[in-house]
Design a binder for this molecule. Sequence first.
Ligand SMILES: [Zn+2]
Length: 179
Amino acid sequence: MSEEKDIIKLESCPFCGDDQSSFGGMSEDAFASGSEGSLSVNCNCGALGPSGSTMTNAVAAWNTRTAASEITRLRGEAEALEVEISALVESAREAQQLYVQADNEAERLRGEVERLTALASREGWVMVQKVPTPAMLEQTAFNLCDEYGVAFVRPLGKFVQDAYAELLSSAPPPKDSAG
Ligand SMILES: [Zn+2]
């Protein structure tokens, strides 16, 4: 009974992909005869299966060949997938490295912000601009002129700017340890 089933189930052609439904009747037309009465499954595309002494054997041989080619195809697919997996693993590894780097950098910057915040909030200290703005210069120059009762002169801005720089450079340097 299983023999009969094997005959009916003819695997598709590994060359043209024909599902062999045209051989549904499994007549002898589906076979090519060889020497001494051997038979081979003969696809319309011309593909010839291995020969067998009976139709059953010929079909079994044909199906075995198909199975072998299917295994080869699957092996190829598996190899391609392995390459793809390797690439993905590599990408994941690189992403992980970038993440760790970014995390370390963020940690370092958080520490720096904390350090600067601590410095800036120390008693007697405020954060000021390194270079005074034009408005700061003008206001100070104006105050100086007002203080000494002279007409406001714009070139005083340069004097104030230099004085401001002098003041900053003569300030004691901040220390990391809170004092
Ligand atoms: Zn074929």
